[in-house]
Design a protein around this ligand. Structure first.
Ligand code: UD1
Length: 311
């Protein structure tokens, strides 16, 4: 059994990752500044004797050193981030601090403490608006937001450190993650979390465009499992892989599942497509299968039904 340090432990992906690590018998030290993380996300983890939480910012002077010296983890799963693409546009400096500098600090902490593995939350945003589908890892990386650029720079920082100082680095390029605990607070939150909140409140949703746009929606449970494998499987080598399903689901298909569950809620309204919106996005899952033995197991429909049932 391993001891994992999880940054961003109280976040959407972080909390599910902690839950799965603990369920598998590992020890977890969590770290979160609670900027976007929430205490209630850690309700289950907090009941485990194998879980310790530190309420600190990764970028605070000496914070990582202190936590790592005390915990002596085998690996770091670095999920702490400025998670909103939109916020990276309005505050690029904050994006740089939380999404680039923070990663450098993690890389340095891994080096100075001799930590042998780092798993990093990268994103399909590094590919920009490519129309060449499915998106493969070798596809040109042309980010179109400070957020995407920061994720791409972070991959390079970590992989360079890993190669120089003998640490295995896995960069996980998440596609459109959905599931329980995703914050629906802003109009730029993930579309499924927004739809879920509106249907629960009995309100009609708005579809930007005709709803035929598709995304590679992956359940947070699959993403957490991919993190667990990347952090703990013995024979893993450094690299980057898409964490996706390889399947495209349209917004109309998403809405159809909600409408079955909420027949009383009014039909969706349509508004003009969002500026800069891409029509289709779908990843190729083969590299993750080869490098990690990971394949998504939850279909978009099953994941949606679980979200609707449990919230
Ligand atoms: C993601 C980012 C977005 C960024 C874009 C470009 C998130 C949550 N979103 O968007 O900030 O600009 O990549 O790389 O990280 N939609 C509706 N109704 C709604 C909300 C959304 O119809 O109420 C539509 C959107 O217009 C889009 C689709 O749903 O066509 C998916 O939206 P979203 O969940 O934001 O994902 P991306 O479009 O991939």
């Amino acid at each position: 059994m391993a001891h994992l340090l999880v940054t961003g432990a109280a976040g959407f992906i972080g909390s599910h990752t902690c839950d799965q690590l603990l369920a598998a018998g590992h020890t977890v030290t969590g770290l979160d500044n609670f900027r976007s993380g929430r205490h209630e996300n850690l309700a289950a983890a907090g009941r485990s004797p194998c879980f310790t939480l530190h309420e600190v910012d990764v970028t605070a002077t000496g914070a990582l050193d202190r936590v790592i010296s005390a915990a002596r983890p085998d690996a770091i799963i670095h999920l702490a981030a400025l998670v909103s693409v939109q916020e990276s546009m309005t505050d690029p400096a904050l994006n740089f601090a939380l999404n680039v500098q923070a990663t450098h600090l993690v890389a340095e902490a891994a080096r100075s403490h001799g930590i042998r593995r780092v798993v990093f939350a990268s994103s399909a945003a590094i590919y920009g608006d490519t129309t060449d589908l499915p998106i493969r890892e070798a596809t040109d990386k042309k980010p179109i937001s400070p957020y995407g650029a920061a994720k791409l720079a972070s991959e390079a920082l970590l992989l360079g450190h890993g190669a120089a100082f003998g640490c295995t680095v896995r960069c996980q390029r998440y596609f459109n993650v959905f599931g329980p605990r995703q914050d629906p607070a802003s109009p730029y939150s993930g579309v499924i979390s927004i739809f879920d909140r509106r249907y629960r409140a009995g309100k009609a949703v708005t579809i930007y465009g005709d709803g035929s746009q598709t995304r590679d929606f992956i359940s947070v449970h699959d993403v957490a499992r991919a993190n667990l494998i990347a952090a703990t499987r013995p024979d893993v080598r450094s690299g980057a892989a898409n964490i996706c399903t390889g399947r495209a689901t349209s917004l109309l298909e998403v809405v159809a599942v909600f409408r079955q569950q909420y027949p009383e809620v009014a039909a969706p309204t349509h508004a003009a497509p969002r500026t800069g919106d891409i029509i289709h996005s779908r990843g190729a899952p083969d590299d993750a299968a080869a490098a990690l033995g990971f394949r998504a197991a939850v279909s978009a429909e099953d994941g949606l039904r679980e979200l609707i049932r449990t919230g």
